[in-house]
Design a protein around this ligand. Structure first.
Ligand code: N01
Length: 547
């Protein structure tokens, strides 16, 4: 008997991996081009980070109205209840988007892409999923976000711990009871701060294991009134905010203050800082003096102001010195600050301890808690929360076995450094476009603004390529060299390299430290990516037209 014929594989024009902001807007746009588009999402619902990060207190750090899609069909009848919406509301929002744009029929959930290989004879990618599915697609779009690969550091004895252990990004959908428990939180990034702020209110005892203090900023949370918001929508205020977001450095509605720190008197500075702090959110970081992230002296003035505001709230001097040390551990804003509501009041409670891992590092996890170098016995805990972050920006992509035309995976290709053209495409990986990936504005831009910019670009580019009969395209090495140099040059001119942050992969032991984001601002980025495809010869690209 002959062998069974291979089953015929399904073919798509475009396969998008992940169902977050980038993927959904791209799916919606590309379907209008009559393309056969599919989204594969490993989780059970859309939302990306807003599906997986269900830890207590998870909420977005962008204030209304720009943390959403700018399509009127979506915003006209959905109004967020809070100025900074929480994770549950964002999940509801994603359900609203799916239903309005009728997306569900083109998304497969619980579908994990494991590998992809470019087939030169077909100019298509062969994509394999964990469930054994194999499909062909002409265009392949990993839209994995920058925080899809949780990072757990090596902690001796972790598997011996008899209590419960959770990473913030792998929190059970059904929740975890923390009330009355002894809780230990390792890590004080954005996830740790939000989690501590909530669980500190219910836990019997909370121990915070801090390596680097987070320069938390007041959120100035508030409820949104449906009637008021409707009025704003009708008056054009929403549309104006969306339009503004494309013109600012970071895709928010505010921009850097167009003066240098020492152009103003100490009194004027104090007044500006206070105003920005009172308005809340990232303003004191991203709407402050334009030299704050470039000039160390200017930065120190900003740090000292911030520190004073924290000391006024934390009366315990030992805790205050750990949370806002006299000597700044890194420049103000060179690591991502977290937004807080009452974090400093919560950590001031007597049932909360802060362990400084710089003076007393973790030695091991025992069956009942965490032992540091200073302890005879461990810090007893019922629950350990790992708020230890992500193999950020590149980790999602390098964890998939995506093989280029030279036989190397993305991970192997980037062993000596990340290389992309505009954070959108790679050499030797034809017909592959990234959304919200490395070397694009990603972590330095409001998420939805960046995602919509890049989805517009992919949409426009594919329209043009299809019109010209292009079936295979990849950026030139020269274009990539230029972009990597540009990304590095802009980064090196700032104070960002001085912080050991995930912005440059410094949080992963052994990882090459390099700028992972474009820090030159959204407007020039938009201009550059559009210019690179405006030229009919497409000199940044190598392409093949099929007859
Ligand atoms: O991760 P992080 P995150 N021993 O990498 C510590 C976005 N986000 O999940 O700073 C002890 O920032 C580490 O210490 P250090 C946002 O863009 C957004 O909190 O390296 N500690 C750090 O304190 C954010 O920036 C939102 O010294 C260890 C922490 O773990 C990004 O995601 C909410 C350690 C990790 O912090 C990542 O945030 C949440 C070790 N071995 C996240 N290893 C909102 O919009 C690491 N740490 C609200």
């Amino acid at each position: 008997m002959g062998s069974m014929p291979e089953p015929i594989k399904e073919e798509f024009d475009v396969l998008i991996v992940g169902a977050g902001f980038g993927a959904l807007t791209l799916l919606h746009k590309l379907r209008k081009q009559n393309l056969k588009v599919k989204v594969y999402e490993r989780a059970a619902a859309s939302g990306g980070v807003w599906y997986s990060n269900t830890y207590p207190g998870a909420r977005v750090d962008t204030d209304a109205p720009v943390y959403q899609f700018y399509d009127k069909e979506i915003w006209e009848d959905f109004t967020f209840k809070e100025r900074y919406p929480g994770q549950k509301e964002l999940q509801r929002y994603f359900a609203h988007v799916e239903s309005k744009w009728h997306l569900a029929k083109d998304i497969e959930y619980n579908k994990r892409v494991e590998a992809a290989k470019f087939d030169e004879s077909r100019h298509q990618w062969l994509v394999e999923c964990a469930d054994g599915t194999e499909v062909y697609t002409r265009w392949f779009v990993p839209a994995l976000g920058f925080a899809s690969q949780p990072y757990v550091p090596y902690l001796k004895g972790l598997s011996d711990f008899k209590g419960q252990v959770y990473h913030t990004a792998k929190w059970p959908q059904w929740g975890v009871k923390l009330k009355g428990k002894r809780v230990a939180v390792i890590g004080t990034g954005a996830s740790g701060i939000q989690c501590i702020q909530e669980c500190g209110k219910v836990a019997e005892h909370l121990t915070i294991f801090q390596r680097t203090p987070n320069y938390c900023l007041p959120m100035n949370q508030g409820l949104l009134n449906e009637e008021e918001e409707q009025k704003k929508k009708k008056s054009g205020a929403y549309q104006a905010a969306f339009d503004t977001s494309y013109t600012t450095f970071t895709g928010f509605t505010f921009d850097f203050y167009p003066k240098n720190t020492f152009d103003e008197t100490p009194e004027e500075r104090e007044a500006l800082y206070q105003k920005l702090l009172d308005e809340g959110g990232f303003r004191i970081w991203l709407a402050s003096y334009q030299d704050m992230l470039f000039n160390p002296e200017a930065n120190k003035v900003a740090y000292d102001f911030w520190r004073k505001s924290v000391l006024a709230r934390v009366k315990d001097t030992a805790k205050a010195e750990l949370l806002a040390p006299e000597k700044a551990p890194h420049p103000f804003g060179a690591k991502r600050p977290s937004l807080e509501q009452d974090f400093y009041e919560v950590v001031s409670r007597p049932n909360i301890d802060i362990v400084d891992l710089n003076t007393t590092p973790i030695v091991e996890i025992t069956e009942t808690g965490i032992r540091t170098s200073a302890d005879g016995s461990a810090h007893e805990a019922d629950v350990i929360i790992l708020a230890t972050g992500f193999d950020a920006v590149t980790g999602g992509l390098t964890s998939i076995d995506i093989q280029g035309t030279d036989g190397k995976t993305v991970k192997e290709s980037w062993a000596n450094g990340t290389r992309t053209n505009f954070g959108l495409a790679l050499s030797k990986f034809p017909n592959m476009f990234l959304m919200y990936g490395p070397q694009s504005p990603t972590a330095f831009a409001n998420g939805p603004t960046c995602a919509q910019v890049q989805a517009d670009w992919v949409d426009k580019f594919l329209k043009m390529l299809r019109k010209q009969g292009v079936t295979r395209i990849e950026p030139t090495e020269a274009a990539i060299d230029r972009w990597v140099s540009r990304v590095t040059e802009v980064w090196d001119g700032s104070l960002f390299p001085l912080a050991k942050s995930w912005y440059q992969g410094a949080n992963i032991p052994g990882r090459k430290v390099e700028p992972l984001n474009w820090t030159g601002g959204l407007p020039p980025y938009i201009e550059m990516i559009n210019k690179s495809i405006a030229n009919p010869e497409l000199e940044d690209w190598v392409m093949v037209r099929s007859v």
